[in-house]
Design a protein around this ligand. Structure first.
Ligand code: CTP
Length: 398
């Protein structure tokens, strides 16, 4: 997403300037071109040379010294930028931006740019919470500037509270979300389910499956980065939810997933059911731990609601996509589900193939369409597969 994007990074005078060094490295790694502008106080914390080496570009520090043709440089940079990042942003630069002050290279270029601007505040908690700073931040937001929320924690000034610079990796994720806002799925509403369900047997045991949630989380992340508004309903996983979700709902059982899906499905354009829902749950949840007794133990199971099937029955205009994990008669079984659940397409993986299935980062799938077409996709990363699936969703949305 960041490949060949031109990022102008303004570094102002805060201790978190050292973390922006890592930010430049990550941006370059993602394929972006980076041009750093440092304020005078920014240069007190980290030398321009450090940013110059990592960005592979001369750093602009002084309006009247570098580069020699300063009189057009701030406009040229302002025009060239795809994204304008101020990280770290001090209370001072935020105040200047809110007032429209242009008294150095950074603030002058900022005022001239039409690029998306992202501000990453980092300062002492009291400075951050000061109503003047809060008013200034609100002003920036009113003008369409994205201001990230600082994190809470220990601050360099010895205080603890809100004001910490987020991890550079998180900032890069935010940039991708903001850049993607005008993407091909702009404002389309997605409901995505992910992960396993967990059906309790007694206070210490449950029935579940090997689903990692990786496919559903990748779908949510990529849809957001193409401009979609995404609600993610997830069973228990070890994953961090993607940045930019509209809602993140954690459930345990199939019944909880059913209730959450039914609550939201009517307002969405697309439902992708990548969750591995348990088909059966214990008839009765024991309130006390089941103790060992004899050689055999019989558990009575009852059928869970088939969420996707019910959505298929109700279907009007929505695009409905299912997943299937099979071990035999792969295509025939998937075709049956496609019809029975009234889906637009189903993504099926053969669990017996190496590189396909639950835990790994890759998958090998077939996509079966409602018109009978079958596409066989090669082994690929789940993240790339997510984009392949979304490309097809787009066709059904048009
Ligand atoms: N699914 C669902 N609710 C269930 C079971 C499955 O919504 N109670 C959805 C899954 O999220 C998936 C699709 O249905 O998108 C296929 O799931 P699968 O369990 O393979 O389908 P079943 O119809 O239960 O078929 P099988 O006989 O293979 O268990």
């Amino acid at each position: 997403m960041l490949k060949d994007k031109f990022v102008v990074l303004g570094v102002t005078g805060g201790i978190a300037a050292y973390k922006s060094v890592e930010l430049v490295r990550l941006l370059k790694k993602s394929g972006a071109q980076v041009q750093v502008i440092m304020t005078k106080s920014g240069c007190e914390f980290v030398t321009p040379l450090t940013f110059q080496v990592l960005s592979q570009n001369p750093v602009i520090t002084d309006m009247f010294k570098e580069p020699p043709r300063w009189e057009v440089e701030h406009v040229a940079l302002a025009d060239k930028a795809d994204i304008f990042l101020i990280a770290p942003a001090t209370a001072n630069v935020i105040a200047k931006m809110a007032a429209g002050i242009a008294d150095d290279m950074l603030t002058t270029t900022l005022l001239a740019t039409k690029a998306k601007i992202i501000v990453v505040p980092s300062m002492n908690v009291n400075m951050y919470e000061n109503p003047i700073t809060q008013r200034n931040i609100a002003t920036l937001r009113k003008f369409g500037i994205f201001v990230l929320e600082p994190e809470e924690g220990d601050l360099a000034c010895g205080y603890s509270g809100k004001g910490r610079f987020p991890e550079p990796r998180i900032i890069v994720e935010h940039i991708k979300v903001i850049l993607g806002k005008d993407g091909d799925l702009k404002d389309k509403r997605f409901l995505i389910t992910a992960g396993p369900t967990r059906e309790p047997i007694d206070p210490v045991r449950f029935i579940t499956n090997h689903s990692s949630g990786k496919m559903g989380y990748a779908l949510a992340e990529k849809a957001i980065q193409r401009g979609a508004r995404v609600i993610l309903i997830s069973g228990p996983t070890n994953l961090t939810p993607p940045i930019g979700l509209e809602e993140f709902i954690c459930i345990n059982t199939a019944e909880e997933m059913y209730n959450a899906v039914m609550k939201y499905y009517a307002d969405v354009d697309v439902v992708i059911k990548s969750a591995a829902v348990a088909d059966y749950a214990p008839e009765e949840i024991k309130h006390k731990k089941i103790k060992k007794q004899g050689l055999n133990l019989t558990l009575e199971l009852k059928k869970n609601p088939d969420i996707l099937q019910e959505l298929g029955n109700k279907k009007e205009t929505q695009v409905l996509i299912g997943f299937a994990a099979e071990t035999d008669n792969v295509t025939a079984n998937a075709q049956d589900k496609l019809k029975r659940k009234n889906l637009d397409f189903i993504v099926v993986n053969d669990l017996t193939e190496a590189g396909a299935g639950f835990a790994g980062d890759t998958n090998i799938v077939k996509i079966l369409h409602r018109d009978g077409r079958i596409e066989s996709l090669p082994k690929m990363l789940k993240r790339d597969l997510a984009n392949e699936i979304l490309d097809r969703v787009l066709l059904y949305l048009q």
